[in-house]
Design a protein around this ligand. Structure first.
Ligand SMILES: [Fe+2]
Length: 256
């Protein structure tokens, strides 16, 4: 499929461009891959991963959901609860991502995460139902950070949860969905304020833009110009960036 995509658009030749295709399919996931990759690196460093492993965590986080390319938009963006059949289609994305990347040697280092980031420590995850240490450590790491970012992001089927409540859910599920040591390390990073630069951001120093109607769903880049028009991907309202007195930016609605 990668070859097919690059034939369609030759500029889609980087891992990052591939991953951004997923966010283009579901506008509610603005910045999700950036945040998961960066949470993954911070947590990996705290857990003592080696520098070359931490580099791998960046790409694993970036590509973890690449298999969602195969999930129809009406399932990915469904506002309500998925039927059993629809959930079964969604649950294919780890295997699809693995199949997509496994023929290319440069992706070998990320395959465990792509295939196994929805495994659960107690064996109730998918696609293989592996238990505790059977799940590679990097995949157990991404189970925590992926769940935290999903809970703290607006989704088409529910609004974002406050980070304090998401951390409580991580704690409540330590030893069940999550590896207890990895969950505890992530919770400590949160308590120490070491995740603040990632929470609610879509790039270093760039917060996710909040549309008054749709919530924080507008991904900004750090090279936006002040006079550049920004359109909410969900309600199509147009905005412009305006500097605030505290040195940050806010979105102001354009008339008309
Ligand atoms: Fe996933």
């Amino acid at each position: 499929m990668f070859e097919l995509l690059t034939q369609v658009n030759p500029s889609l030749n980087s891992k990052f461009d591939m991953a951004r295709l997923i966010e283009a399919k579901d506008p509610y996931t603005a910045g999700h891959t950036w945040r998961v990759a960066n949470y993954g690196q911070v947590l990996g460093a705290a857990l003592g991963f080696q520098p070359e492993q931490i580099e791998m965590l960046l790409w694993a986080g970036t590509l973890h959901d690449i298999g969602k390319i195969n999930v129809p938009d009406e399932i990915l963006c469904k506002p309500g609860r998925l039927t059993d059949e629809e959930f079964a289609v969604l649950k294919r994305h780890p295997q699809d991502g693995f199949d997509l990347l496994s023929g290319t040697p440069e992706f070998n280092g990320v395959l465990n995460v792509v295939l196994l980031h929805h495994e659960a420590y107690d064996g109730r995850g998918y696609p293989l139902g592996l238990v505790s240490e059977e799940i590679p450590r990097e995949a157990r790491l991404f189970a925590v950070v992926d769940a935290f970012d999903a809970m703290t992001s607006n989704r088409c089927y529910r609004p974002a949860m406050h980070a304090d409540n998401a951390i409580y859910e991580i704690w409540r599920n330590r030893g069940r969905q999550f590896d207890p040591e990895i969950a505890d390390t992530f919770i400590q990073l949160y308590r120490d304020g070491l995740l603040e630069h990632v929470i609610g951001h879509s790039d270093f120093g760039v917060k996710v833009g909040a549309c008054p109607q749709c919530g924080p769903v507008i991904e900004l880049s750090n090279n936006h110009h002040l006079d550049q028009q920004i359109v909410c991907p969900i309600c199509n309202t147009s905005y412009q960036l305006q500097p605030t007195t505290n040195g940050e930016w806010q979105l102001s609605s354009l008339a008309g």
